[in-house]
Design a binder for this molecule. Structure first.
Ligand SMILES: *[C@@H]1O[C@H](CO)[C@@H](O)[C@H](O)[C@H]1NC(C)=O
Ligand SMILES: *[C@@H]1O[C@H](CO)[C@@H](O)[C@H](O)[C@H]1NC(C)=O
Ligand SMILES: *[C@@H]1O[C@H](CO)[C@@H](O)[C@H](O)[C@H]1NC(C)=O
Ligand SMILES: *[C@@H]1O[C@H](CO)[C@@H](O)[C@H](O)[C@H]1NC(C)=O
Ligand SMILES: *[C@@H]1O[C@H](CO)[C@@H](O)[C@H](O)[C@H]1NC(C)=O
Length: 575
């Protein structure tokens, strides 16, 4: 055995042991692996790296933080460990883009350096303050007991179009510390601020008391001195710590985005929280009463674990921002890995950003719609089509001529009758459980039908994204699933069968589906972005040109694939 090989084995065994022995701490629920936090990658594995989803060349990333558009550039800041591929040493890494697709890395915007952030520069937001320019609000960690305070940073030179250097004025910081009523180690992620008619700035900070999730409201006249409002803007029992709150207006009658601070009869508000306890997010639609400093969710919007989600898959710590250059609101989420920490150390990287999504209110006013930003289409290369492909029960047909490991596919699946729909059991309240119970291999009435992504030729590996239609008492229920169960012959992977219900008009007799497939990501948009699911998968066989794409049907009702279009995707230029 050569020395290198011996060393490799030693290193792997050593890391594996460290993981077993040291895997105790939890930090904002990121598991802590102290011995791995500053271990640079020996090499970086390209096998499952993405080609057009954002990820830095190496190391760990988690939520994005403070996205904004300013003077011609989009700015992406993200939580980054410069020294390893597990969580730790968190800084604000900084990349800029003109098109949300191709990115250039700059020096880190914020890193621990001051007494108020010596133990970490955690998530926050950016606000463009008239007359001041961009201001970052972020959570600084002051000690090893995770005492969290809110801090303030501004560009050193706001005429630098790239805003490369950021300073943290000593005399001002920290701008907010937890008062006695607040748990100072559960107090983080300040939101983008907005100004109401009374001229006061407002922002939220996520927190909890016992198991009640809380968004505290702070007000300021000058953006520097902040005072806590008497009551939180909103809170909810049993939801646990609210991380990365996001609060913004959406227009009732238009797809255009709105700036923060717009309120009144023509808008609704959205409050989203990332639940540390369950590691998924939910949002409500509701009404914001600025005079009372209150937000009240609509009675049609479930406020709690069963609430609406931007994404029913792997999508967390999301954040939206208003893009004034195209009058739209853009939502961005982070997807962690579903392999093991040992895999991450061996790969030399962990974490990706989802594709930025334009977000607006559905005409029903009961949910939001999301769609990949139009700029993504610039990466579409060679296109193939499939028209009127009939699929009987058990059929699956290959979409030939695309790079199936790196493809954008849009298809419409139609059916002529719902008579054969299976009966819906009202006890089925959890879509993910139902997807686990009724996967693509369990044949049905209307569905399962959809795509088989990242599939090996013999279907030993595949990630199906599909619909299944049920008949309930007075209506039909549509289930959408993205199932990683058969995604890889590798073991020790997290292979959930993610699912969400889809509120879609079935009288048209069809359901559209779009999937963005990118080596280890399948990011899917059901019915034009009503229900969305991002899965992380790690095929061992279905990689590179051994990956295939199929359409399939495993229900009795014949399905017709209408105008499927698939584009092999070019690589984004991400440095
Ligand atoms: C991370 O690495 C850089 C140099 O590569 C070093 O200066 C810095 O001290 C390291 N930080 C930690 C926390 O290990
Ligand atoms: C404050 O929050 C921390 C972190 O979640 C938790 O461990 C601690 O028990 C909380 N303290 C109180 C008094 O609730
Ligand atoms: C929900 O609120 C609307 C008014 O916004 C009201 O008309 C309706 O009756 C309420 N429904 C329930 C179930 O409370
Ligand atoms: C990340 O990955 C693990 C599985 O490896 C999962 O259990 C966890 O909840 C994930 N999500 C987040 C937001 O950390
Ligand atoms: C369709 O159902 C059959 C029978 O259960 C199963 O063998 C096959 O794998 C299913 N097809 C897919 C794509 O899951």
């Amino acid at each position: 055995m050569g020395v290198t090989k011996f060393l490799t084995i030693f290193v792997v065994v050593f890391f594996s042991l460290s993981v077993i022995l040291i895997n105790n701490g939890v930090e904002g629920f990121h598991k802590i692996y102290s011995h791995l936090q500053s271990v640079s990658a020996i090499s970086v594995s390209d096998l499952h790296r993405t080609a057009y989803h954002f990820q830095p060349p190496r190391n760990w990333i988690n939520g994005k933080t403070g996205p904004m558009y300013y003077n011609g550039y989009y700015h992406l800041f993200y939580q980054y460990n410069p020294n390893g591929s597990v969580w730790g040493n968190i800084v604000w890494a900084h990349s800029v883009s003109k098109d949300l697709v191709n990115w250039k890395a700059l020096e880190h915007a914020l890193y621990p350096s001051e007494p108020f952030d010596k133990f970490g520069c955690w998530s926050g937001s950016a606000t463009v303050v008239p007359g001041k320019g961009p201001v970052i609000l972020y959570t600084g960690v002051t000690d090893d007991k995770n005492t969290e305070v809110q801090c303030y940073a501004i560009p050193e030179d706001s005429s630098d179009p790239l805003l490369r250097k950021w300073i943290k004025p000593d005399t001002l910081n920290p701008i907010v510390i937890a008062d006695r009523a607040i748990n100072g180690s559960a107090f983080r992620d300040p939101t983008t601020a907005w100004r109401s008619n009374d001229g006061h700035w407002r922002m939220l900070v996520g927190s909890k008391r016992k198991d009640r999730g809380i968004a505290y409201l702070y007000k300021s006249k000058d953006f520097i001195k902040w005072v806590r409002a008497k009551h939180p803007i909103h809170s909810k029992t049993t939801t646990g710590m609210w991380e990365c709150p996001d609060f913004f207006p959406v227009a009732l009658e238009s797809r255009e985005g709105l700036e923060m601070g717009v309120h009144g009869n023509n808008v609704k508000h959205v409050l989203k929280n990332s639940l540390d306890m369950t590691r998924f997010e939910y949002y409500t639609l509701g009404t914001y009463f600025p005079k009372m400093d209150k937000y009240v969710p609509d009675n049609t919007s479930e406020d709690g674990w069963g609430g609406l989600r931007y994404d029913y898959g792997n999508f967390y710590a999301s954040k939206s921002f208003f893009d004034p250059s195209k009058n739209r609101r853009i939502l961005w989420g982070w997807a962690n890995e579903s392999d093991s920490k040992e895999d991450d150390v061996n790969k030399g990287w962990a974490g990706i950003q989802a594709i930025p999504r334009t977000i607006w209110l559905d005409p029903s006013r009961r949910q939001l719609i999301q769609w990949p930003v139009e700029e993504l289409n610039s990466l579409r290369g060679e296109k193939v089509k499939m028209n009127n492909q009939k699929l009987n029960k058990g059929d699956y047909v290959q979409v030939k001529g695309v790079n199936a490991a790196q493809v954008d596919v849009e298809a419409t699946f139609s059916f002529s009758s719902l008579d054969k729909a299976e009966t819906f059991d009202p006890r089925w309240v959890n879509a993910q459980d139902l997807c686990a119970q009724k996967g693509s291999k369990i044949q049905g009435g209307v569905g399962p039908f959809g795509l088989l992504t990242l599939a090996s030729q013999d279907l030993q590996e595949f990630t199906p994204v599909f619909f299944r239609i049920f008949k309930a008492q007075n209506k039909h229920v549509v289930l959408m699933c993205s199932d990683a169960t058969s995604s890889s012959i590798k073991i020790n992977l997290y292979k959930p069968s993610f699912g969400g219900f889809l509120d879609v008009d079935l009288s048209t007799g069809k359901i559209p589906l779009r999937s963005l497939i990118d080596h280890s990501v399948v990011e899917s948009f059901g019915a034009g972005g009503k229900t969305n699911i991002l899965s992380r998968v790690y095929p061992a066989l279905a990689v590179g040109n051994q990956a295939h794409l199929f359409v399939f049907n495993n229900g009795t009702e014949p399905i017709n694939v209408q105008n499927l279009q698939a584009w092999s995707m070019k690589n984004a230029d991400i440095q």
